[in-house]
Design a protein around this ligand. Structure first.
Ligand SMILES: [Cu+2]
Length: 311
């Protein structure tokens, strides 16, 4: 399926392949989860000394200013009994956390004696089931379509169920009746002309569309690196760029679901040694859920998309 999409992309003059940072992520897919009490694989590099433990529990409270979560966690077999305690988290994770919400995460003890939580994912059963069911349906759809998995302009987009930057489940049906501008990025892309520039231009399109009075419009950026880009990481990315998320969602979810979406949208993202190489595609989707326009590469202009939205 990659070779198919690749041949298609090579035919496009705007092909851009870029070297980006390595993924060391443990994604949200069930198969990749470390069981309670098992040590998750440590990432390579200087930080490899840190121990990591899979943790599940319920958020008791969040202190956004101090970036502290109080979590009533389940037993971590061989390491710690069930208890309620404080954890240091990222600003994004603190902002996303809600009291009463079940989460799963990786616990990282620090030499200073405090405990960090990283890779925090929502773990409410109903939400997790909806996202898993969406990933399975997408897997079946991609498999069934086979060589025709790639969706051309004029075709409907596939159904999906992912998490947004608040940890809420977002299903593709939510966008029916609205036009959607969609792309794929990842937050730690180090190449200024690739993902960072794409986000800047999506933001410009959002502002131009608002100024032009375009109604019923949504912006969606799906991560290329779901193992790293948790809802909290995406939240921090959006906040750092001053993005109005009223109609701009950053989505993540199971690795398999993202890979199937990349296949169906004709985007290539592959690990090459230590690097993610990826192409860029920006799409405009009509209110009927069909692809109206796609721009491959980084040369698209926000005002071109806004003009198409007004047609
Ligand atoms: Cu990139």
């Amino acid at each position: 399926m990659i070779s198919n999409a690749f041949a298609m992309t090579l035919a496009l003059s705007g092909l851009l392949v870029s070297a980006c940072a390595k993924s060391d992520g443990v994604g949200p897919a069930g198969a990749e989860r470390a069981g309670a009490g098992e040590k998750a694989a440590a990432p390579a590099g200087p930080a490899a000394v840190a121990e990591r433990y899979a943790l599940t529990g319920v958020v008791v409270s969040a202190d956004v200013a101090k970036k502290i979560l109080v979590v009533q966690h389940d037993e971590i077999k061989g390491y710690m009994p069930a208890m309620t305690m404080e954890f240091v988290v990222s600003a994004g994770d603190a902002a996303v956390a809600k009291a009463g919400q079940r989460i799963r995460a990786e616990l990282v003890p620090s030499k200073g004696g405090d405990f960090r939580l990283e890779k925090i994912w929502p773990d409410e059963k109903s939400a997790a089931d909806a996202v898993a069911a969406g990933a399975l349906k997408l897997r079946q759809d991609t498999f069934t379509r086979g060589k025709n998995a790639y969706r051309e302009v004029g075709e409907a987009i596939p159904d999906f169920s992912l998490y947004d930057q608040e940890g809420r489940v977002v299903q593709s049906g939510r966008f029916r009746g609205k036009r959607v501008m969609l792309n794929f990025i990842f937050t730690r892309c180090p190449v200024a002309t690739m993902c960072p520039a794409s986000t800047t231009k999506m933001l410009a399109a959002q502002k131009q569309a608002a100024a032009a009075g375009v109604q019923g419009l949504e912006f969606v950026s799906i991560t290329l690196e779901p193992g790293y880009d948790t809802p909290g990481v995406l939240k921090e990315y959006a906040v750092a760029r001053g993005i109005d998320t009223a109609n701009f969602s950053f989505l993540t979810g199971p690795d398999a679901a993202v890979r199937d979406l990349l296949t169906q949208f004709g985007v290539i993202a592959e690990l090459k040694g230590d690097l993610i190489q990826h192409t860029l595609t920006t799409l405009l989707i009509g209110a009927d859920g069909k692809i109206v326009h796609r721009a491959d590469g980084s040369a698209w202009e926000p005002n071109d998309f806004v003009a198409r939205m007004r047609q």
